[in-house]
Design a protein around this ligand. Structure first.
Ligand SMILES: [Zn+2]
Ligand SMILES: [Zn+2]
Ligand SMILES: [Zn+2]
Length: 280
């Protein structure tokens, strides 16, 4: 399984679009891994987790064939994860020309589905389009996408909707994506154990919005990532071979990549960067 970290920033990106803060100034000056676009993942070139406002840049920068994406799983309706304007441009023909097209399957919670239908309505004067198959899911939903199996879990993020995160599996291989969530709720270990059925996590990516600052409701930082790693090890859901990553960083975490690395690497956690590829 190959996972491409398309972007590793929180909603406003780093440097943040209109910001003059010290972190953004230092990031812009340093360039390279300090430059972070909005968080999303591409798995095995055909499954996407979230489609945010940087999708056009991601396509160009990574030379992606997005027509090859057949499944899109949306974590929640926040605009850094669901860009309905660009999603509507998947509509064939006119916006896209894809020979022998199959509709893109979009899996999302109710609020996200409503936003997608509104976006389609805006473009096409009907809330549906044959190029987009919009499927409502919730915690516990299981999705099949070719060789990949995806299970949705309940995130702790925004009480106005059922925010989700996803476990992607290919046989014995797996990758757990937890961004836009505080520490998962009490039943998390039980639910994850049921899906893993004795297997261990191979790789996990954790929300680290707050960086070295104290976390708040709905997100995590370095301290919470360390605590979550311990939870997974204590529950025997992870072991010494599990790869731990942090992502979804905000400028309000006041941390450059090197500083995040200083805080996380001794704990066996790698801060991700835009364009990082993980093969498991
Ligand atoms: Zn976010
Ligand atoms: Zn800033
Ligand atoms: Zn969010």
């Amino acid at each position: 399984m190959e996972i491409l970290f398309l972007g590793t920033a929180a909603a406003e990106g780093i440097p943040s679009i209109f910001c003059r803060c010290e972190t953004c100034r230092r990031a812009a000056e340093a360039g390279g891994r300090e430059i972070r676009t909005r968080c999303a993942f591409l798995v095995n070139k055909h499954l996407m987790l979230d489609l945010g406002p940087d999708i056009m840049f991601h396509k160009l920068h990574y030379n992606l064939d997005l027509a090859a994406v057949d499944s899109l799983c949306i974590t929640h309706s926040h605009t850094d994860h669901l860009n309905v304007t660009d999603l509507a441009f998947r509509a064939c023909p006119v916006f896209a020309h894809i020979p022998n097209e199959s509709p893109l399957k979009v899996y999302a919670n109710k609020k996200s589905c409503d936003r997608i239908r509104d976006g389609i309505l805006l473009e096409f004067s009907a809330p549906e389009h044959p190029s987009l198959s919009v499927i409502e899911i919730g915690p516990g939903s299981v999705i099949e996408s070719g060789e990949l199996n995806v299970t949705a879990f309940r995130a702790v993020h925004d009480q106005r909707e059922d925010c989700l995160f996803f476990l992607v599996e290919k046989g014995e291989k797996n990758f757990l994506q937890i961004n836009d969530s505080a520490q998962p709720c009490g039943e998390f270990e039980r639910d994850l154990a049921r899906v893993l059925n004795g297997r261990k996590l191979k790789a996990i990516s954790m929300d680290c919005t707050h960086g070295r600052e104290k976390g708040s409701r709905g997100h995590m930082g370095v301290e919470e990532n360390i605590a979550l790693k311990k939870r997974l090890l204590d529950a025997a859901l992870a072991d010494k071979n599990t790869l731990f990553f942090a992502t979804h960083f905000s400028h309000n975490g006041h941390s450059l990549h090197s500083e995040l690395n200083e805080a996380l690497a001794p704990q066996g956690i790698t801060p991700a960067w835009d364009g990082m590829t993980l093969t498991i």
